[in-house]
Design a binder for this molecule. Sequence first.
Ligand code: HEM
Length: 510
Amino acid sequence: MAPADLLQFPYLAYALVPLLAYLVFWREQDSLSHIPTIGVPVAAGPLGKYIASVLSISKTREWLDEGARKYPSGVFKIRTLYGWIVVVSGTTQCNELAKAPDDVLSFQEAATEAIEADYTLSGWRDAASRPEVHIGLIRGKLTRSLGSLFPAVYDEIRTAFEDVFKLPAEDETGWTPLVARDALMRVICRTTNRVFVGLPLCRNEEFVDLNVRFTMDVAMSAFTIKLFPTFLKPLVGRYLTPMRRAYRDGERLMRDFVEERLRETASHEGKEWAEKPDDLLQWMIDLANERELQPDFLIKQILRLNFSAIHTTLISIMHAFYHIAASPESYQTPLRKEVLHVISTYGWTKDAMDRLVKLDSILRESQRHFGLGALSMPRKALKGFTFSADGTHVDVPAGTTLAVSARAIHFDEGVYECAEEFRGFRFAQDDSDEGGARYVNASASYVPWGYGRHACPGRFWAANEMKAVLAYLLAHYDFRLEDQAVPKETWFGHNVVPHQTAKVLFRRRA
Ligand code: HEM
């Protein structure tokens, strides 16, 4: 086995955890000692920090709840596998985080660190240097085009279900078990790529496999790279980056397609033409500078966009889907009734999706309970930062990572009545939440989309897509879980994923 092969074998890294942890922690400054610690009081010295870090894998939620009890609307710190996080637990401090300028508290640097993007999504800073294009197109053009793109989106959902949910026309029981997460992952990947790159690429099975795998590989390699001390990361990152292999496959699958687009665009010399594709790839080409017109940039950018869009959407839709599947009477039947009623009046349109208030509510409620995890809005302090709202003036040194406790906010009885209860239609009766309780609304009391200038720009697309997929499923299939219980999610530190392998029984509706 060559040394490179050894490094690609992540278990080796896990076996080296104690040594690596020592290297990571032994030089760490205790510049946060003035901020109260929740969790392990012995988190001082390399060994204490190491123990607390390992414990954080299973204890983070407990620590966050304890922190919220002891410091309601306050600031405290917890240990994670990768170091300290300074946590804020109330809406006032959440507002401060949201309003802080990027050169003081940086979302970009925190997000880069969280997924080791310099290595896992190599080259991504090229795109990040022009947010007005690469984020602007998602926030602006994609959101504005949801209505005109809906027929294509619906066509892709319909054909994806035909291809992926291959249920026998008839069997003895009429029910067919499927690993719902795998099936919905493919539907989401195809639907998303119908608006990212269009036909025929979005339906290419190998292209779907590539994006599904890349999404998983980024998460896995980020986890492994993060176990190494900073000075080793550039070296390790070179070997563990999933981008090299993904790009190699991406080039094979996408290069001709992308080059054809570029040729076609160039041949029209900046003018519109009748059959011009209407998708994110074309919009990026229309706004591209010289560097961004290179096929290699565009291929990598498609992979990176798939990473931001697919796993987040899949996690969110699965939490809601399992709750719907587990409660045929309380949720499935009323939701189906709503869908069939609205569709009979408005057809399969974006207008119809906007009227599915119960579906909107259950998506919002499941995201309130789980979201992408127990923390949200990570920010890296580039300069010292002082919280002033509550008058306590907690100074946070540069280099610190801060985040909001989504748990503290989402389970605050002062904000949500019977906050611990899962009430799927909580927001369907009540629009008293700040700005109205629509699924896409981000606020200091609802943070799964983040909040402030970095609030997820893809949320309008994601919400519309998830509603369309779930509405299609409700209209065309019955589904149930064998034992009627919501399959248990898995927590790892502050991150949560819905059950990965639960089988759901499906039956085509007449
Ligand atoms: C249900 C699915 C999704 C969830 C839960 C989600 C959640 C988030 C969150 C929490 C943030 C960080 C906000 C902050 O810290 O203030 C974010 C940022 C972002 N999201 Fe999403 N997201 C989803 C889907 C998408 C999709 C489909 C796209 C692309 C089409 C997308 C593109 C982005 C981008 C580009 C950013 C960075 C924004 C910036 O740098 O200002 N997201 N998302």
